[in-house]
Design a protein around this ligand. Structure first.
Ligand SMILES: NC(=O)c1ccc[n+]([C@@H]2O[C@H](COP(=O)([O-])OP(=O)(O)OC[C@H]3O[C@@H](n4cnc5c(N)ncnc54)[C@H](OP(=O)(O)O)[C@@H]3O)[C@@H](O)[C@H]2O)c1
Length: 377
């Protein structure tokens, strides 16, 4: 795995090396390729590597939630295809990622308080094909394979054949990934990027402890932290130890047999994907951070007193909330296409099996991601 120093200059270079369509360009070819793209678009009104798309139908299949409840509250139904407005894209969804927040929301927690109307369609993550763009020369014209985050619950979610999504929340799908693989990326990888790169500023020599490194967010966090040269210690069960080392972890602590505070100390940063929901993982973590180090709580709301406890322990602390970000997603797509970072899809369910997918994610032992297959793509 090649490594980079995480400096502002590196990040600027990584980001600037990617144009809005996700193509990687160097300084010398940027101007020529921009001119070529302009010429192509003005001549044809579109790019030439696009899949043909027809007009969307009036109705679509979607997973519907009539009221919050158990997994059985999810049913397959038919609803109108949503209408995009202003800068939104209409996307044909080929696959939808399943995240713990989906199950929490279905159960009446998570972001359920913001659901305006029932029946509601859950789901943030998607990979699909653009069907309608806001204007002819848009960077993501119809036929473009894209992936990203739907602004659920403000609009309908991604557990459906079509979704509307703001342009700024999407990027070109990584070319080397299937739609099923790509749908496992956005929310988890953007969370990991926000935690490891933007909050922890991962760099060579830094010591990071990541709890739940084998889950959706964790497996990206381990890879990003190792990519930027940090020394990564991770908690996970023994069955995932060899895989976590392959992803870049230097030390794997089996939380089912070992108290992590007995074998690790003086870390610069703890990225806590468990919190005090299990075995007081958050409170116990404060004792392994060096004085002045940083503790980051990810399952927000699970431990309201974390900041006071961290202050008392002499540790800086913050919570974190993921933001849809097409620019960061384009950078992540480049890392995926280069092979420096991988997405691991644990289980795939059909759209009509959303309830089973929720039962699986609620078990809390997913390796990597769970994905719903929605339509051919
Ligand atoms: N604030 C935000 O913006 C944000 C964004 C994304 C996620 N989140 C939250 O962050 C948490 C993690 O999300 P996720 O998508 O990564 O979840 P996930 O994929 O469901 O995580 C499952 C993983 O957790 C591991 N695990 C379970 N208990 C553990 C423990 N006590 N110690 C160490 N590892 C343990 C399991 O490993 P084993 O199978 O080996 O036990 C499994 O691989 C969730 O609460 C989610 O809601 C918050």
């Amino acid at each position: 795995m090649s490594r980079l120093r995480n400096t502002p200059e590196t990040l600027t270079r990584l980001t600037e090396a990617i144009d809005v369509t996700g193509a990687v360009v160097d300084e010398g070819t940027r101007e020529r390729s921009t001119m070529r793209a302009r010429t192509l678009r003005s001549a044809t009104g579109t790019q030439h590597d696009l899949a043909p798309v027809g007009d969307p139908p009036e109705d679509m299949r979607a997973v519907l939630l009539d009221a919050t409840g158990g997994p059985e509250a999810l049913r397959l139904g038919t609803v109108p295809v949503p209408t995009p407005v202003i800068s939104e894209l209409l996307v044909r969804v080929h696959a939808a990622g399943v995240n713990p927040i989906d199950a929490k929301t279905r159960a009446g927690a998570g972001v359920s308080g913001a659901i305006a109307d029932f029946p509601s369609t859950l789901g943030f993550d998607f990979s699909g094909t653009v069907v309608k763009a806001p204007y002819e020369a848009h960077p993501f014209p119809p036929g473009t394979p894209v992936f990203g985050m739907v602004p659920f619950p403000r609009s309908g979610g991604s557990y459906a054949e079509y979704a509307v999504v703001p342009t700024m929340s999407v990027a070109r799908k990584p070319q080397t990934l299937s739609h099923v693989e790509a749908a496992g990326v956005p929310l988890a990888a953007l969370t990991a990027w926000g935690l490891v790169v933007e909050t922890a500023h991962a760099h060579e020599g830094q010591r990071i402890l990541i709890h739940a490194g084998s889950g959706g967010v964790g497996h990206f966090a381990v890879q990003f932290a190792a990519y930027f040269g940090a020394h990564v210690t991770v908690t996970g069960s023994g069955r995932n130890a060899a895989w976590l080392r392959e992803l870049g972890a230097s030390v794997v602590i089996d939380y089912t047999t070992t108290r992590f505070e007995e074998v690790v100390s003086d870390v610069d940063v703890v990225i806590d994907l468990v919190g005090n929901v299990q075995d007081r993982t958050g409170s116990r973590s404060l004792g392994v951070v060096r004085p002045g180090g940083l503790y980051v709580l990810v399952p927000t709301g699970s431990w309201p007193e974390y900041a006071q406890e961290a202050d008392a322990a002499g540790v800086r602390s913050t919570s974190f909330k993921v933001t849809p970000d097409g620019g960061a997603l384009a950078t992540i797509a480049r890392l995926l296409d280069s092979g420096a970072v991988q997405v691991y899809v644990d289980r795939v369910f059909d759209l009509g099996e959303a309830a089973d997918a929720h039962r699986a994610i609620e078990e809390g032992h997913t390796r990597g991601k769970i994905v719903l297959r929605v339509s051919e793509g």
